[in-house]
Design a protein around this ligand. Structure first.
Ligand SMILES: Cc1cc2nc3c(=O)[nH]c(=O)nc-3n(C[C@H](O)[C@H](O)[C@H](O)COP(=O)(O)O)c2cc1C
Length: 174
């Protein structure tokens, strides 16, 4: 199946987690594209390239949203600012025609109350707009500190996602 991973990161952990997901899914025969939620313009500024992102979403069957959890809009437990920008364009995303999965990175030792809060926000974003999650959200604690254990956790989650995607292949191609 054609799978798009839209990831958002500040310190690259979510990019690395996305690469693990991509590798796992590709080994299982899926065609996977990774897309940073932000592009960089000629002056080096980050921006949401909405048109490109919407095109990528349109040409894929399964969309994975992955974000770090951060302090945004004066609140802890938020998704990356790129996802907060994308939420404004929810109406332009064909949620009902796609299948989704979401994951977040966070730090339970420092942010126990808001641990991986981005996962809940992304889950809500998908469900409230009529999308369907194929597996429960993945929450990754302190990616860099437990890289081996986290890689295993991420591979397991991606493997479950792959099985669900294969199970629904006929439905998704209708
Ligand atoms: C300013 C700041 C705010 C953060 N807020 C949260 C939070 O509310 N909940 C959480 O679980 N982790 C929080 N974290 C931890 C990051 O989500 C975690 O380090 C994550 O791995 C970063 O992912 P990235 O490397 O993709 O940017 C925060 C980290 C920073 C520096």
């Amino acid at each position: 199946m054609k799978v798009l991973i839209v990831f958002a990161t500040y310190s690259q952990g979510t990019r690395l987690a996305s690469e693990i997901i991509k590798d796992t899914l590709e080994k299982d025969g899926h065609d996977v594209t990774m897309q940073n939620i932000f592009d960089v313009d000629a002056s080096g500024n980050f921006y949401l390239n909405k048109e490109h992102l919407l095109q990528e979403i349109a040409r894929n069957d399964v969309i994975i949203f992955g974000s770090c959890t951060w302090f945004e809009n004066k609140k802890e437990g938020q998704p990356h600012s790129g996802f907060l920008a994308l939420v404004e364009h929810a109406k332009e995303i064909p949620f009902q025609k796609k299948r989704f999965a979401v994951f977040a990175l966070g730090d339970a030792s420092q942010y126990a109350v808001h641990f991986c809060g981005a996962a809940g926000h992304l889950e809500k974003f998908v469900i409230e707009n009529g999308g369907r999650l194929m597996v429960p959200p993945l929450r990754v604690d302190r990616f860099y500190f437990n890289q081996e254990k986290n890689t295993e956790l991420i591979r397991k989650w991606a493997g479950e996602l792959s099985s669900r995607v294969k199970g629904q292949q006929n439905l998704l191609q209708m």
